[in-house]
Structures are given as structure tokens and as C-alpha cells.
Ligand binder design. Structure first.
Ligand code: IVH
Length: 670
């Protein structure tokens, strides 16, 4: 065969194989027998061997790379990968629907796209000109790990998109998971070889994607279903989420067959019932249903809160429950000194994991449930949340079992335990004198979503504090190989690695740093909005309660915690030491802060604006110091009325609140 002829033959074989792979893995509808596929595959392999320069990245022979990685590099998600809020019953679902209708100022029944909530890991795939060029984990939503090599080994994921009208750039999102049958088989092999088994399919999928050697991942039975688009450039204009998913399917991407569009809360509940019935017979694990407002325009109008879209919700299946016995009740001290009663249990397998501890939340809960040592109890575990004690089995109490009392002194540092009037939570008053609080704050600082210090796990932090190597988080950066070598299980190699990871962690982002400081009530999402809004640490430090409350999701309590935190000399000292140790981050382009011409004014936006989206209008108002809220009251300064405005405009009229049309708003912003 001439070279040119071979090139044509190679292209033809590649396309044929990719087509059959799609029929087999995505449509579950093979057109040819497996032996025929294998024959074509070998033919391609042999032609490629003769013409190595004709091998392309989308060839099915190139799924498994040959080199293990040294570590994962990072991927930045230009459009953040969000998570979902949960509802657990009909009432909460109906509230979700009401919130949407209120925000849209309409009583119309909403069309939802309903899909199973897959129990795996969120992943983003980037296709450029139809070729898979990058895949990343969700990570903290902004930055994840580059797992392209591993994703390429998953046969249902196309290396090249099929069909026509392929966008110039497409970033799709979905869940990678391990089907139930594959999971059983994998664990059977582990049992046969006396190796450790995976607790559940989700852990197995996570462990498989985290392999540095793609050859191992290739042996794991992974699959993926796509459920969202992060970014798309070029291609047809689409109106609904379900249309978008149909397009993905035409391009050869794997989608869940069980998805449906439904009308209103009723439709959602019908689908939920139907899927609850099917759940056990599905080939993959699900832990609930996701409902998404189907219209992409409405999605845009509804927008996001810090961490999750307003237009989607996860309706979780009821938690799984089991029976076991309480062996002891102990009190744990958290990062902020909160004292949590914890039940130590006779280990029991619930919802895919072995549970030996369950939280009792606080003393009010202990008293209400009246749990005592020796009682038989019902344990509940729902999704990723910490298992909890639901109730005591009546009649199971052992003779003489005593009522549980809150200790007077901290079990760790023996400082007084305090409980403020009306607060459910008791706290150790020891502050950073308390070893538990210090340990917890260092663990938090080093954790994956904060400074992400590789190799610095909880046990090691405890050891470092107990051995007097460190007292506070800033001491981490003065550790040296010499100082830690000789600690338990700490040989030269691991010591060097730890010091290296500490060095690496110094390059971070402002939001991770803020989150890592462990300010009360400032979680990952709030840290991110704070960083985005203020764009510098100095600005956050200097902010007063009023300006902090201009940030989405920051209310008076959170604002007070933040101000209090930055007032404490000890905290400022720790921050300064951390910065002196070389912690740094890239500058952020944040929300523009304009002259504060609208300070003290409260706005409500209603109806459709034509010149800008409601979200843009809101940002522009906030940048000028205004507060934007969702409902009209006497305190509202202005209601901005767009097209088709409904009840909010009427209410404004009744209350005599000044109304602005879009033109007046634009003028005001100028
Ligand atoms: S949509 C902006 N759809 O659930 C919407 N998520 O709790 C983002 N998940 O991180 C997610 N099945 O890993 C969506 N059909 C589905 C899903 C799904 C599972 C996961 C996903 C996400 C998490 C949020």
C-alpha cells in the first residue's frame, strides 16, 4: 500500500472504531460483534506501527498513556464548578419552587429537567475543535487536578466528538462513577488477592481517578454521564437544558437515559417516586434526584448564590438507618472551641461505610434524645454528612445507666466550659491555650480546600503539636527536615517531602488563605465571595461590619465574626508571620468598586430588563454601595421595574415606594 493509501485507511479505521465504540459504550447498542471490533482494532494497531507519524491523539489505540505522572498539575475552571443545595421532602421542594416563582415574579408553572443525582465525582472535559484536550476534577470549584490521562482511559468518553455543528470550544461537565457490577467485580478480585476492598462505588471511582499511573485507571471499570455545559463557543443557539443535553448526546457524549422533563412540583414528585422505585434496579448508584429549571434564559435570570445555582436543587433520597449500641459518650473540642458530644458505637455498616462514631450535635440534643451509655440506638447516615444518632430504642436501656452531663472543664485543656444564654453550643474558654483548638485550627489551615499541604494529615499535625514542634499555623513554615526527622514514621524521604509540600503551599489564592484562617462562620464559599469582592487582604482587614454586609451572603453575624477576628492582635501577628514566610497569591480582578454614590440605599429589582441582565444591574448597584434585596418593604428606597413586572410593583405602589424604570436606573448608575 502506498503511504497515502495507508493514511486514508488509518483514518477510515479510526472513524469506524470510534463509531462502534459509541454504539457499544454510549448507546449500549453494538452494531458488530466484539471479535469484529477487535479485528479492526488490531488492523489499526499494525498500520500505526508501520506509520508512527500517522498516529493521532484521538486514535482508540492511544487511550492508555504509557508514562505514570510524578503528580497532578492544576486546572483552572474559568466558569466555577458549583455544587447544589439539597431538599429532603415535599415541603422543602415546594419552597424551592416558590422561591423561583417569586424571584421571577410569576405564577407560571416551571418546566424542570429532572435527572438522577449520580454518586461519583464531578469532572470537567474540555474539547477544542472536537478533540478532547483536557480533563479536570472539580477540586475547590475554581481549581482542580488535571486528570486528562486517566479520563482518556474511559471508553464511553469520546476522544473526538462525532456528528456535525461541533462548537469551536466545548467544556462539558458530568459525573464519573463506577457502575455497581464493575464495583462488585473489582472487590471480588481484591478479595481473591487478599487486598483491601473499596467501601463503596464512589470511593472506588475516586481512588481510580487519583492514580498517577493511567495503566491502573484503565483496568478500573469507570463510566461517565454528562449533565451540564460549562462553556460553549460557536454552535447553535439553544433554549433549554434538555436541548443542550440532546446536543451533547449527538456529539457522542455519554448521557443518562433516565432523564426527563417534568412540569412543576407535581411533575418533580412523580419523577422522584418513579426513580425511587427503579433505584435498586439501576446499573449505577444514585443518591437523589436533581431538578433544573429547563429554560436557559430563566436560569440566567435566576443566577447563583455563593456556592450553588438558584435554578437547581438536589432532592435527596431518605437517609439510611441501622441499629447499633452506644459504647461510650465523649466530648470533642472543635477549632472554635465548640464542645460536641460524640457517641462511640459498636461498628455498624450503614449506606456503604462502617460507622463507629456518631454526632449528638450539642447538649440540647443529648437531653432531648436522652441517649445513655449502653443504649441501643438508631444511626442515620445521609450522603456525605456526618452520621447521627436518631433515637434510642425504647426498652433497650441497661440498669443503672446514668444521664449524660456536660463536663464543667474542657476535656483537653481543663479550662472552664461556657455556654451563652440562648445558645445551644457550649465552648471551651481556653482559646488558643487549648491544645485541641490549636490542633484543629492547624489541621483546618493545612486541609485540602485551604492551603492544601500535601502529606500533612490530621495525625501528623497532632504529633507535631504534641511533640512541641509547632504551636500555631505560622510555625509550620519554620519547620525543617532536621526538626521533624525522627518523629514517628518520619524518615528522611517523608520529612523532605513534607518540607517541600509546605514550600509549594505558599503559592495559594486569597480565598484559600482567608478560608484557612478559620474565621468563625467563614466557609469556603464566603471566603471566595469576600476575596472576589474586596480583592485584597488589606481591604478585608480594614472593612467594617457595614461594608462587609454588602457582600452576598454575609449577614450581621458573619460580619461581626470577621471584624472581631481581625481586631485580635494575636491573629494579626499570625497573619503577618505567614506573609513573611512567603505566602503569596495572584492578584484578583474583582467586582469594580465605584464611588459610593448609593450608600445606604436599598433596591429591589423586578421584571425583565432589556439593556442589562438583573444580575448585572445588581452588581452595578452593589459596586456603588447599594444593597439589593428580594422583597419590597417600607425600608426599600427604590423598586426598579422592568417589563412584565408582577406583584412586587403592586406592593411598591401600595407602600408608596419610589419606582424607577430601566432608563432611570441607567441614569442613576451614570
Ligand atoms: S448539576 C450547577 N446534575 O452533585 C449545577 N450535579 O451536589 C452543578 N451531581 O458537584 C451540578 N448528579 O458532582 C448536577 N445530574 C446531576 C448530578 C450532579 C450528580 C453531583 C455533582 C455536583 C454535586 C452537587
Amino acid at each position: 500500500m502506498s503511504n497515502n493509501k495507508q493514511s486514508i485507511e488509518i483514518t477510515h479505521l479510526r472513524d469506524q472504531l470510534n463509531h462502534h465504540s459509541y454504539q457499544y459504550y454510549v448507546l449500549d447498542d453494538p452494531e458488530i460483534p466484539d471479535v469484529e471490533y477487535d479485528r479492526l482494532y488490531r488492523e489499526l494497531q499494525s498500520l500505526e506501527k508501520q506509520n508512527p507519524d500517522l498516529i493521532t491523539s484521538d486514535s482508540p489505540t492511544q487511550r492508555v498513556g504509557d508514562k505514570p505522572l510524578d503528580g497532578f498539575t492544576q486546572v483552572k475552571h474559568e466558569v466555577p464548578m458549583l455544587s447544589l443545595d439539597n431538599v429532603f421532602n415535599e415541603e422543602e421542594l415546594s419552597d424551592f419552587n416558590k422561591r423561583i416563582q417569586q424571584r421571577l415574579d410569576s405564577d407560571d408553572e416551571i418546566s424542570f429537567a429532572a435527572e438522577p443525582k449520580l454518586d461519583g465525582l464531578a469532572v470537567s472535559l474540555l474539547y477544542e475543535k472536537g478533540l478532547l484536550v483536557r480533563a479536570g476534577t472539580r477540586g475547590d470549584g475554581t481549581t482542580g487536578e488535571n486528570i486528562t490521562q486517566n479520563i482518556r482511559t474511559i471508553h464511553s468518553i469520546p476522544l473526538k466528538l462525532l456528528g456535525s455543528n461541533i462548537p469551536e470550544l466545548l467544556e462539558v461537565r458530568g459525573e464519573v462513577f463506577m457502575p455497581k457490577a464493575g464495583f462488585e467485580k473489582l472487590n471480588q478480585i481484591a478479595r481473591d488477592n487478599d487486598e483491601k476492598q473499596f467501601a463503596n462505588p464512589r470511593n472506588a471511582a475516586a481512588g481510580s481517578l487519583r492514580q498517577l499511573d493511567p495503566k491502573i485507571t484503565a483496568k478500573r471499570p469507570l463510566a461517565m454521564y454528562c449533565y451540564a455545559v460549562g462553556r460553549v463557543d460557536g454552535g447553535a443557539e439553544l433554549e433549554t437544558h434538555s436541548d443542550m443535553l440532546d446536543h451533547l448526546k449527538q456529539w457522542g457524549l455519554p448521557l443518562c437515559k433516565e432523564r426527563q422533563t417534568v412540569q412543576g412540583v407535581e411533575g418533580c414528585l412523580d419523577y422522584f417516586k418513579q426513580m425511587s422505585g427503579l433505584r435498586d434496579s439501576l446499573s449505577y448508584e444514585i443518591d437523589g434526584i436533581v431538578y433544573k429549571v429547563n429554560s436557559l434564559n430563566l436560569q440566567k435570570e435566576l443566577g447563583f448564590v455563593a456556592r450553588a445555582p438558584r435554578w437547581a436543587i438536589a432532592h435527596k433520597f431518605p437517609a439510611q438507618e441501622e441499629l447499633t449500641r452506644v459504647n461510650a459518650i465523649e466530648f470533642q473540642v472543635g477549632r472554635t472551641g465548640a464542645i460536641t458530644p460524640v457517641a462511640r458505637l459498636e461498628p455498624v455498616f450503614v449506606g456503604g461505610v462502617t460507622v463507629s462514631n456518631a454526632t449528638l450535635h450539642n447538649m440540647d440534643e443529648v437531653n432531648r434524645k436522652d441517649v445513655r451509655v449502653g443504649d441501643q440506638v438508631i444511626i442515620r447516615r445521609a450522603g456525605d454528612v456526618i452520621p447521627e444518632v436518631v433515637r434510642v430504642v425504647p426498652g433497650s436501656r441497661k440498669h443503672g445507666a446514668e444521664k449524660i452531663k456536660l463536663p464543667e472543664k474542657c476535656p483537653v485543656c481543663e479550662s472552664e466550659i461556657e455556654q451563652e444564654e440562648g445558645e445551644a453550643i457550649a465552648r471551651c474558654s481556653g482559646g488558643l491555650f487549648c491544645g485541641a483548638q490549636r490542633k484543629e485550627s492547624i489541621k483546618h489551615f493545612a486541609s485540602r480546600k485551604a492551603m492544601d499541604v500535601d502529606g500533612l494529615g490530621d495525625k501528623l499535625v497532632e504529633q507535631l503539636v504534641d511533640e512541641g514542634c509547632i504551636d500555631h499555623m505560622d510555625d509550620l513554615y519554620s519547620l525543617t527536615v532536621e526538626k521533624i526527622i525522627g518523629l514517628e514514621r518520619m524518615a528522611e524521604k517523608s520529612a523532605t517531602n513534607l518540607i517541600e509540600s509546605l514550600g509549594k503551599s505558599k503559592y495559594t489564592s486569597l480565598n484559600r488563605f482567608i478560608y484557612g484562617l478559620g474565621i468563625r462562620e467563614v466557609g469556603e464559599a464566603t471566603a471566595q465571595t469576600l476575596a472576589q469582592y474586596f480583592t485584597s487582604l488589606d481591604a478585608i482587614k480594614a472593612a467594617d461590619e457595614e461594608s462587609l454586609q454588602r457582600v452576598e451572603d454575609v449577614g450581621p453575624i458573619v460580619a461581626a465574626h470577621i471584624v472581631r477576628f481581625f481586631k485580635q492582635p494575636h491573629n494579626l501577628e499570625v497573619i503577618e508571620k505567614l506573609l513573611n514566610a512567603g505566602i503569596h497569591w495572584d492578584a484578583i480582578e474583582g467586582v469594580a468598586v465605584e464611588e459610593q454614590t448609593l450608600e445606604g440605599k436599598t433596591f429591589v429589582l423586578t421584571g425583565t430588563l432589556t439593556e442589562m441582565t438583573r444580575d448585572d444591574a445588581k452588581k452595578a448597584l452593589q459596586a456603588r454601595g447599594a444593597k439589593v434585596t428580594g422583597s419590597v418593604s417600607k425600608k426599600t428606597s427604590y423598586v426598579v421595574v422592568g417589563d412584565n413586572a408582577g406583584s412586587k410593583a403592586t406592593k411598591a405602589e401600595q407602600l408608596g415606594v419610589e419606582m424607577l424604570d430601566e432608563a432611570a436606573l441607567v441614569k442613576l448608575l451614570e
